[in-house]
Design a protein around this ligand. Structure first.
Ligand code: HEM
Ligand code: SF4
Length: 571
């Protein structure tokens, strides 16, 4: 065979073969679950279970000790429950709380994509946990895997009719792009793990091999970019005029993951390609998904996100194909402006007289520990609160639509539980910080993130306060590896784990999620991080221009070059 011919035949990645053989995501999951000799799944099923919303993990704190004792690792599962638009009811909150105690590690993680994650679920408890979500109309299908994931939208549906419509559209996009296979129902919900449901083997949008890689969609209503829309495969910016939702600006090709040492991988922000009326936005999402289904790279998973497809074919060719599949052209992008990508903490009252409380949740972890009983407090509140529990994309929680007679009671419960920190107890740096899970559960982690960032912040807070910056919002984000689950490349200070206790430091993202940062220093330990950041924060306090954000300051003063697009992230 000639070299040309050999390279012309695509060599599908291992996961593609698993998908092909899976019969619409069934694989041998039923056998894997029934096998009591191991806490793990059959190897192929570890890929498939992601489409069902779960990752097989080990307790990495215990890995070496168990190896020494010649035991298999302590396998358990993370389950991610989709919450399109982040909106959960009180009964749903109560159920997640109860399931985290019954089957998880007693905590809930509110994630950077507005989902719930439970950790530490043993294989034998997976069906009961999933049945538990199902009873309160929640599911984990497409929580992970090569499909459209949880659709993000942090807009408060009760603020105005337009806000409500944006959230409804987010939920409709989610429903439209949910896999149709009945595998999820058969495996998890149909009683004795036998195939009792009539199988549906038709995926009109995805086809039987689904997408080449994960796919993410987020919506935002300016001036808030609190779902960081440009980090998504599709970002939608709602355009409102005179109290009416006109439609959405459409951005395509965002994604943050990269691999150290492989400069052909890079974070990339989505490009704006036009405007679509509200009644056509689902159609646009579907067609973008199908182009990625057909054109995405199925050989190398490191290069298979939509962002690489677009940079490979060029944006004009991508847009031309989209217009052809739509049968019409997008209109020119409308004017908009984002002012913030953070959550505004504290109490507000809506015109209806109902209140809402945006509550800071450190690292998104809902738990009880001495002096801080957030989980118990929220459980008590869920017993009488008639409004919603809304998860934000910044790992915080909004108690929404609080009735007037419950306001004081909720505040008292949180205060007595030590879970209602006053604004002046927390610097703005800490209030806006994000950290991914990392150790001890994430198999990808090179370093700590969620467990360590609060300690680093104790030290950084001292620097911040010394320079009078306690109330200055600076976005700091830490992850345990370069996959970027807590959006570190959109942090004005990004810290990405490279080895135990060592982080790469990235600087120079803007404050509203419209510019990526750039590598500043590598392999810093804690002393190194403080040594590098302290003089920069001092200079910022002394020399910043009015309203200048830290990320803009370090670019203006030449500390780092501005990253203008993903392809120049590494230069
Ligand atoms: C590119 C490769 C990626 C891989 C292999 C990956 C894998 C994982 C794994 C295994 C977890 C579970 C960790 C745990 O709960 O123990 C996780 C969590 C998560 N990932 Fe990723 N991820 C990737 C990129 C991303 C990106 C770019 C985003 C979005 C910006 C993202 C969003 C999330 C979110 C929201 C969580 C939940 C944890 C949190 O809020 O910190 N992931 N990821
Ligand atoms: S960024 Fe890396 S370490 Fe953190 S949760 Fe994602 S994959 Fe795991």
């Amino acid at each position: 065979m000639s070299d040309t011919l050999a390279t012309a035949v695509p060599k599908l990645s291992e996961v593609e073969h698993v998908k092909i053989a899976s019969r619409y995501l069934r694989g041998t999951l039923i056998e894997s679950l029934a096998n009591r000799l191991t806490g793990a799944l059959n190897p192929d099923d570890t890929h498939l279970i992601k489409f069902h919303g779960s990752y097989q993990q080990t307790d990495r704190d215990l890995d070496s000790e168990r190896k020494r004792q010649k035991l298999e690792p302590l396998f358990s599962f993370m389950i991610r429950v989709r919450v399109p638009g982040g909106v959960a009811s009180a009964p749903q909150w109560q159920r997640m709380d109860a399931l985290s105690d019954a089957y998880g590690n007693g905590t809930m993680k509110l994630t950077t994509r507005q989902t719930f994650q439970l950790h530490g679920v043993l294989k034998r408890n997976l069906p009961a946990a999933i049945q538990g979500f199902n009873e309160v109309q929640m599911d984990s299908i497409a929580g992970c895997g090569d499909v459209n994931r949880n659709v993000m939208c942090n807009t408060n549906p009760h603020e105005s009719p337009v806000h409500g419509e944006v959230v409804r559209i987010a939920q409709a996009i989610s429903a439209h792009l949910t896999p149709r296979t009945t595998a999820y129902r058969e495996i998890w919900l149909d009683g004795d793990l036998v195939e009792t449901t009539e199988a549906v083997d038709d995926e009109p949008i995805y086809g039987h091999t689904y997408l080449p890689r994960k796919f993410k969609i987020a919506l935002a209503l300016p001036p808030y970019n609190d779902s960081d829309i440009f980090s998504n495969d599709i970002g939608l910016i709602a355009i409102e005029e005179n109290g009416e939702l006109l439609g959405f600006n459409v951005a395509v090709g965002g994604g943050l993951g990269m691999t150290f040492g492989l400069n052909e991988t890079y974070p990339r922000l989505a490009d704006l390609i036009g405007f679509v009326p509200a009644d056509k936005v689902i159609d646009v999402c579907e067609k973008v998904v199908t182009i990625q289904r057909d054109w995405g790279n199925r050989e190398n998973r490191k290069l298979s996100r939509l962002k690489y497809t677009i940079d490979r074919v060029g944006l004009p060719a991508f847009v031309a194909e989209l217009h052809q599949r739509l049968g019409y052209e997008l209109a020119p992008t409308r004017a908009y402006q984002f002012h913030s990508s953070s959550d505004a903490f504290g109490w507000t009252q809506s015109p209806s007289g109902l209140s809402q409380l945006v509550l800071f949740v450190e690292g998104g972890r809902v738990l009880d520990r001495p002096g801080y009983r957030l989980k118990s407090a929220l459980r008590e509140i869920s017993g009488f609160h008639t409004g919603e529990f809304r998860l934000t994309g910044n790992q915080n929680l909004i108690l929404a639509n609080i009735e007037p007679q419950h306001v004081a009671r909720i505040q008292t419960i949180l205060e007595e539980a030590g879970a209602a920190p006053k604004a002046d107890q927390l610097t703005a740096l800490r209030r806006g910080a994000l950290a991914c899970v990392a150790l001890n559960t994430c198999s990808q982690a090179f370093a700590e993130a969620e467990r360590y960032l609060p300690h680093l912040l104790d030290k950084l807070d001292a620097v911040i306060r010394a320079h009078g910056l306690a109330e200055t919002g600076i976005l700091i984000r830490m992850t345990g590896c370069p996959n970027g689950c807590a959006r570190p490349y959109l942090g004005e200070i990004g810290l990405v784990g490279k080895a135990p206790g060592r982080y790469n430091l990235y600087l120079g993202a803007d404050h509203v999620g419209e510019r990526l940062n750039k590598l500043y220093r590598e392999m810093l330990d804690e002393d190194g991080i403080l040594r590098e950041l302290s003089p920069l924060l001092a200079a910022y306090a002394a020399d910043r221009q009015p309203d200048e954000a830290f990320g803009d300051f370090v670019v203006r003063t030449g500390v780092v070059k501005a990253t203008t697009q993903g392809l120049d992230f590494h230069s």
